[in-house]
Design a protein. Sequence first.
Lengths: 420, 420
Amino acid sequence: MDEILEIKPERIENDFKILETFTDPEAPWTRRAFSLQNKEARKWLADQFRAAGLDVYNDAASNLIGRRGGDGDQVFMMGSHSDTVIEGGRFDGIVGVLGALEIARCLQDSDIELSLPLEIVDFTCEEPTVPISPVGSRIIAGDITQKDLEGVITPFGETIHKAIDDLGGDSSNISKAKRALGQIAGYLELHIEQGAVLEKEELAAGIVTAIAGPCRGTVQFIGQPEHAGATPMPDRKDALVAAAELVIAIEKIVTTTGMSEENVGTVGWMNVSPNMINVVPGQVDMSVEVRSTDLESLVLVRKSLEEEVEKISEKRKIESKLTWDHLEDPVPLPLFMQDVVKSAFTDLSIPIKYLPSRASHDAARIAPITPAGMVFIRCLEGKSHCPEEWTSMDDIVLGIRLLGQSLLRLNENFLKNKKG
Amino acid sequence: MDEILEIKPERIENDFKILETFTDPEAPWTRRAFSLQNKEARKWLADQFRAAGLDVYNDAASNLIGRRGGDGDQVFMMGSHSDTVIEGGRFDGIVGVLGALEIARCLQDSDIELSLPLEIVDFTCEEPTVPISPVGSRIIAGDITQKDLEGVITPFGETIHKAIDDLGGDSSNISKAKRALGQIAGYLELHIEQGAVLEKEELAAGIVTAIAGPCRGTVQFIGQPEHAGATPMPDRKDALVAAAELVIAIEKIVTTTGMSEENVGTVGWMNVSPNMINVVPGQVDMSVEVRSTDLESLVLVRKSLEEEVEKISEKRKIESKLTWDHLEDPVPLPLFMQDVVKSAFTDLSIPIKYLPSRASHDAARIAPITPAGMVFIRCLEGKSHCPEEWTSMDDIVLGIRLLGQSLLRLNENFLKNKKG
């Protein structure tokens, strides 16, 4: 299929420049969900959606939605999020929102009608600004219900109810934002990789196969704080040696269990107590995080990790506690959606590269109710969630072309299935 | 040899009660060197020394010295320190000072003359209140000279010169406090074990064989901070995994190198950066401490540790830096001084138990210029340098009896050698 959308790089570049002005003057590139900057950006985005000929509305979850193509419950959907973490992310989420906007403009420019209405979405609060995030995409999928909102307070000291209402939502009726299975005929999202796989292979873009589920926990080892000089080695209950064994074990477990190339495991945070040079550490608290794009591998990894904590604890006669704080299954993206995206790559003569997403996205949250597909573009040195996050305008433009072509291929696929 | 000194438990108990009043009302059992409480305690101690019939003076290093038995350069010496760390140590050092005082009183009570004058000493600033500590015992041994005092400031904001002078010293002439080799015919110190070896074997007291030298360093591993989800395992430069390997390696090195039962090794302090659950740690700074009572083992342990840092660094392609901040050789106590102390144990029908000291003491600092012997008494659960530090009055009294008997045995030994 030929490329018929005429993506205009200068429009996109201009969008980025303006959207970047809605950031916290105190912290670089910061636009947290529910912040003043988030509200201002939303107003500007709504104006751009309108200028692209879209009907603009906020659903009950305060997702900002621009719609093209008349009535009907069933739609195609594209989107991502414009909110960021603190100090970062000029491209994370944003390329997906501005990309969808550019495609809506191109559809308008060329007066192209799809076989279903199209909705482009800036999802509310994808980043972990509140504990229940991502908020908008989870509400659409029915994964957050009314009672999950109870007691949730934003970092700005408001209830999430007030924060959602202030963004144009209807927090007392959030189930209205829920879409039924089949109502979204297909969902597409463009995103930066947030890793360095594409960059290392000198590729600008790739097709996402699956989205890893992060499983996060906390491990506590409680030994005995003692004089580091006066306590013979066999008499020690050194919590840090136990913790070190677990750090090493996690690396070994993820690299040897199941489909090991799909797994990652990290101890990112560790607190040693009393943390004094001449005292045997009496307590260590540490995070454990394991992710995999393969469910069976993830289950095995988690089981091995739990056994390892027990084993270390028994061997060293040290108390231990492992608490899983957050468990998420990996989300495989449907093969036919991967095929839809692949066709777009082929149409544009872009080398085919499949890769998993180890970071999570709105696509993962909406996937339970709709077939989702994702296009990744490379980013500099895999850096993300930091002021240094960077993607070139050339790669962004290519990503948007692939997203647009994927939409047309999705439309074609839908028509074919309807007829067939 | 019979026990001829009549140790009076009620006097000792009373000393402890009064000395404990000279502590910081803000922090339990705290009497830091050069503090107001240190000065007040010194005044009271000087009065007690005088009441025991001693001639009292401060040497140039402001060590508080009580002398019995007339003129002459050569002396027997007993002592320890009455200063503490923050929040701790009701017995650490103090049993040695009050023990020496009680023995001086007993010598006066029974009108016993030794073959040399006896000096009992409350050494100035044994605890790490200033970087050059222990101050008093190192000056006596000539290990701190005038120029080492330059630029040293106490936690109370004074120069160490002023602090020493305020305690009765002569900071511009500290070499006057130095004793020549042979001037101290023998040194004895009673101390709590600060470990749990005696308690575990249900023994009240032991004979110290050697004092371990602490070697302290800092290791820095610099890897690459990256997204914990998006960075495949083979692409990581995880500084915490490197640090964990070193923690495990240190345990292995000290327990398998040289006279391994003499070694200890500890990572007590660790700082992980950026220390976030979803970021691969980019940098770890950590302390390393190794001690041994055996010099050869200590040398081998240090060498292995240095090699291990290199090995981990190369294997993981992570930058590393090991800096030794403090190196101290182990101090073996002379066999004839161990024998002197052993005779005292035999005289009092106390089971013979030899053990090393893995904490350092004034005895270690004065050992280069005099034969030193030490008696250890047990302390509760090995706890020290904390408000929970505890030793029973029964064990203290026994310790003082052993110290006194050791002094008489030292005197006997000195006479024998003089004749022989």
